[in-house]
Design a protein around this ligand. Structure first.
Ligand code: PEP
Length: 246
């Protein structure tokens, strides 16, 4: 089964660095049956990165507006993203939820906006350390899923999930692969309450060159959403099993 390796560049790279990284990736990555690769650059560099990637690597957006058009200064809609070759949009990333105060209700609206534009949402869910301490992992994940998906009519091919425990994102403390696999197994059953077919769930949170394969070896883990390690060309390529020396 093809696994998904997605790189969230966050706001780590300036324009030139983004183009340089896209150049390296487009030279090294070939379409293949092992991995579906996508990167999520900053919006400013989106078009140029997309041109450089030349369809060899898919491209996604880190965020979008919850409406399609209108007087929304500073926003970019999923429809506009669809016009410029975007395939995926991250929805509900923990940094959007926790730094920008995005609620489950807003996440739902964004999810609908992405689907309406014909793009594939990558719905990110995850518990905090406090949830973990209070034994509320399942409670938190169930709530995020229910608020995002209840009443939605959608097939598994049209959505991807990312299990990203908040305490593991950018901290250097990943969730152990076996624990992530258990949670993914439970999530796949839970998600059956809302969507048709078997959900694809990526793991995200402090994935690096050394631990990436241990996740990919697990059956319930359909791929990885990589943050910090995705902006270092040699690390990202090694995660994809491609040797690269500058
Ligand atoms: C992320 O941004 O989704 C992420 C998982 O970040 P990192 O890999 O840096 O923890």
């Amino acid at each position: 089964m093809k696994k998904y390796i997605f790189g969230n560049w966050k706001m780590y790279l300036d324009h030139k660095e983004s183009i340089d990284l896209a150049n390296v990736l487009s030279k090294k990555i070939k379409k293949n049956d092992t991995y579906e690769v996508a990167v999520f650059p900053s919006l400013l560099s989106f078009l140029e990165v997309s041109t450089k990637l030349n369809n060899k690597v898919n491209i996604g957006a880190q965020n979008c507006a919850w409406v399609s058009k209108g007087a929304y200064t500073g926003e970019v809609s999923a429809h506009i993203l669809a016009d410029v070759g975007c395939k995926y949009v991250l929805v509900g990333h923990s940094e959007r939820r926790h730094i920008f105060g995005e609620t489950n209700e807003l996440v739902r609206k964004k999810l609908e906006a992405v689907l309406d534009a014909g793009l594939i949402p990558v719905l990110c869910i995850g518990e905090t350390q406090a949830d973990r301490d209070e034994d509320k992992i399942q409670y938190r994940l169930k709530k995020q899923l229910m608020k995002a998906l209840e009443g939605i009519d959608i097939n598994a091919e049209n959505i991807i999930f990312a299990y990203e425990p908040v305490w593991a994102i950018g901290t250097g403390t990943p969730c152990l692969p076996a624990d992530a696999d258990d949670i993914h197994g439970w999530l796949k059953l839970e998600i059956k309450n809302y969507i048709k077919g078997e959900a694809k769930i990526l793991y995200g949170g402090s994935v690096n060159v050394d631990n990436a394969t241990s996740y990919l070896d697990y059956e319930m883990i359909d791929g990885l959403l990589v943050g910090g390690a995705s902006v270092k060309s040699d690390d990202f390529l090694k995660i994809l099993d491609i040797e690269y020396k500058k």
